[in-house]
Design a protein around this ligand. Structure first.
Ligand code: RIB
Ligand code: CA
Length: 313
């Protein structure tokens, strides 16, 4: 089977890091053409550095890492150090990366790649605010029809917001970018908080990471140990929700997930509900479906996949 070509757009973030590791642990299924960093959890200078740290941790210095947009399309940048710590990868001590950052801008890489590869053969996997993706579509509308699919982490419906009462962080940071992506007409798979809050790294899972006896296992355990504080305090939940790895798990084993093909629109006008994903889950409008909005996940199957794959690194 030919591995699926993907570009991972990311704002590491401990959960982004686990998603990247899961992708790198699955070379038979996924061919990571490049990693594009965007400002989100922490500023761009840190997300591009963190992306390189994770590539090196996975032994993948061959994967090109690009820096993209350092702020959203319209609003000023909102970051999430309160969740991810000052570095964005708080938890373990990390050495600076050695591999170089690519000179090319991430948006130019996305455009160039989609123009070079055969139409319909590249999947975009955004794990942060959608600024880079929307900037590429705006600058080069011709590439939109070349995209095979977008599998993104973002939004919420039954779970409502995690950064405001109405909005999930990735969409909240850049709602204008999200609106461009959700209106692009590209096949869209959305992993909202509704599913990511169902894959919590409980103590046995973290112990399982540590039991691997590898640097990757130790790092993932330390990251999830740190990352869970926010959700434990806020939701009283048992463990950290592994938001971003849900996108990679979906690509590897889609039958772990279930959802509905529905219409999802983005609130961009109201300050009160900015970034809300207005998901027509109950089909009460005549708005055309534009996204597979995931609603449930086999959590044990997810962790089985994650743990066995990470043990490969
Ligand atoms: O709301 C969760 C999302 O925001 C995740 O992608 C996390 O990494 C942050 O970017
Ligand atoms: Ca992220």
């Amino acid at each position: 089977m030919t591995p699926r070509k993907i570009i991972i757009d990311t704002d590491p973030g401990q959960d982004d890091a686990v998603a990247l590791l899961l992708a790198f642990a699955s070379p038979q299924e996924l061919d990571v053409l490049g990693v594009t960093a965007v400002a989100g959890n922490v500023p761009l200078a840190l997300t591009q550095k963190n992306a390189r740290i994770v590539c090196e941790l996975a032994g993948r210095k061959d994967v090109p890492v690009f820096a993209g947009c350092d702020r959203p399309m319209k609003h000023s940048l909102v970051t999430a150090e309160h969740v991810h710590g000052k570095t964005g990868l708080d938890g373990p001590q990390l050495a600076d990366p050695v591999m170089p950052l690519q000179a090319q801008h991430a948006v130019d890489f996305i455009i160039e790649t989609l123009r070079r590869e055969a139409p319909g053969t590249v999947t975009l996997v955004p794990l942060g605010p959608l600024t880079n993706i929307a900037a590429a579509f705006t600058r080069a509308p011709d590439i939109v029809s070349n995209v095979q699919e977008i599998v993104l982490m973002g939004g919420a419906y039954f779970e409502v917001g995690n950064i405001t009462p109405a909005a999930e962080f990735n969409i909240y940071v850049d709602p204008e970018a999200a609106e461009i992506v959700f209106k692009s007409g590209i096949p869209l798979v959305v992993a909202p908080l509704d599913v990511t809050h169902k894959v919590l790294t409980t103590a046995p899972h973290i112990a399982g990471f540590r039991a691997m006896g590898t640097q990757v296992g130790d790092m993932v355990a330390a990251w999830t140990d740190f990352f869970e504080r926010f959700d434990k305090e806020k939701y009283g939940s048992e463990g950290a929700p592994l938001h971003d790895p849900c996108t990679i798990a979906y690509l590897l084993q889609p039958d772990l997930f279930s959802g509905r093909q529905i219409n999802v629109e983005i609130e961009t006008q109201s300050e009160l509900t900015r970034g809300m994903t207005v998901a027509d889950w109950w089909g009460v409008t005549d708005r055309a479906p534009n996204a597979l909005f995931l609603g449930n996940v086999d959590a044990e199957g997810f962790f089985e996949l994650l743990t066995t794959r990470l043990a490969r690194l």
